[in-house]
Design a binder for this molecule. Structure first.
Ligand SMILES: [Mn+2]
Length: 337
């Protein structure tokens, strides 16, 4: 177990919820890891712990892939208010702003809000009255849940195993970030009945034409910078920033920064290659997205190689700030390529 103490604390927390009502809330839009974790948490709370009622909420809009996974699991996702519950459990959120439209209700629920996560916590931490169960050692939150389930002596059924498999598979960038313990866990899930290629095909819906156009426009609008051995690409699109940042990274740069309109502000998605993080130790979540969000009137966060910030500024300013932060962190001037 990567963090036995944490897994014990989470299992004690769950056991203490017998007879109670709970709401589980994922980050904005959800993803395979958040949905997998929410699904198994709900099942454990209802079937094993004996909660009176557990509702799952996914703030904002679900992506096509998340919808496919939710439908496959037959997970009932509530879009209504959280309402009066004994416990509010935030999973995989990274920061409170990721609770989207539920933020106000969550703030009012302080004293009974529990955060179960594997993201870097926000700068300054969570407010008082929020109970945080967290370790960055886990590549996916679903991995932590496997440890919790093991401590509680619960046998997962095939669908629960599939939910956790998908969470681990996508949060490890298709297992490319998996360490040996993660792989052992994946093998355990396979033994429980998961058929990897079948599960993956179930949730991989073909990308739609607007996302394809966004990726291709993103590539056309690219600017390229160099600092020593590192190549940094920037671009602007007004939708699918994360998808575009991933696509540009796959072209061969070490860092991609993609900004564009999002709701009434600007979203910036930043991605880097593993070897960039390994050699520079620049954590995009902590060192870039959190700083950019805070300085430009918004918020940000994420993981070392995948992060996102929301800002109240022009897309240009958000990109410029990302570049100047990277320049400072790398200690070398960026030059246009
Ligand atoms: Mn996750």
């Amino acid at each position: 177990m990567k963090d036995r103490m944490l897994a014990e604390n989470v299992s004690n927390l769950l056991k203490s919820m017998s007879g109670k009502t709970a709401a589980i809330i994922t980050h904005v839009g959800g993803d395979a890891d958040a949905v997998g974790a929410a699904y198994v948490l709900k099942r454990v709370l209802e079937e094993v712990v004996g909660c009176a009622a557990v509702h799952v909420h996914i703030p904002d809009e679900m992506s096509a892939q998340v919808k496919a996974m939710v439908n496959y699991l037959k997970l009932d996702v509530k879009s209504a208010a959280i309402g009066d519950v004994d416990a509010v459990i935030l999973v995989d959120v990274g920061s409170l702003e990721q609770a989207g439209e539920y933020l106000e209700e969550i703030m009012r629920a302080h004293g009974k809000v529990y955060i179960i996560d594997h993201h870097t916590p926000p700068q300054g931490g969570y407010p008082e009255g929020f109970f945080v169960f967290f370790s960055e050692n886990y590549r996916a939150l679903c991995e932590l849940l496997m440890d919790v389930v093991q401590l509680m002596d619960i046998k997962l059924d095939a669908l629960e195993a599939e939910a956790l498999f998908l969470g681990i598979y996508y949060d490890t960038a298709r297992l490319s970030l998996a360490d040996s313990e993660t792989m052992v866990k994946v093998c355990e899930l396979i033994r429980l009945g998961v058929n990897p290629s079948k599960s993956i095909h179930l949730v991989e819906v073909p990308i739609d034409i607007s996302e394809r156009i966004a990726r291709l426009k993103g590539a056309m609008r690219m600017n390229l910078y160099r600092s020593g051995e590192w190549l940094i690409a920037t671009s602007q699109v007004n939708s699918f920033q994360t998808s575009v940042a991933r696509a540009i990274l796959s072209l061969g740069c070490h860092v991609s920064i993609v900004a564009g309109e999002y709701k009434d502000g600007v979203a910036v998605s930043i991605r880097s290659q593993q070897d960039f993080f390994a050699k520079t130790n620049i954590n995009l979540g902590k060192d870039v997205a959190q700083v950019v969000g805070a300085r430009l009137g918004g918020y940000g966060g994420g993981h070392p190689t995948a992060a996102r910030a929301y800002c109240r500024s022009a897309p240009d300013d958000a990109i410029k700030l990302c570049l100047s932060l990277l320049e400072g962190l790398l200690g070398e001037k960026l030059s246009r390529v």
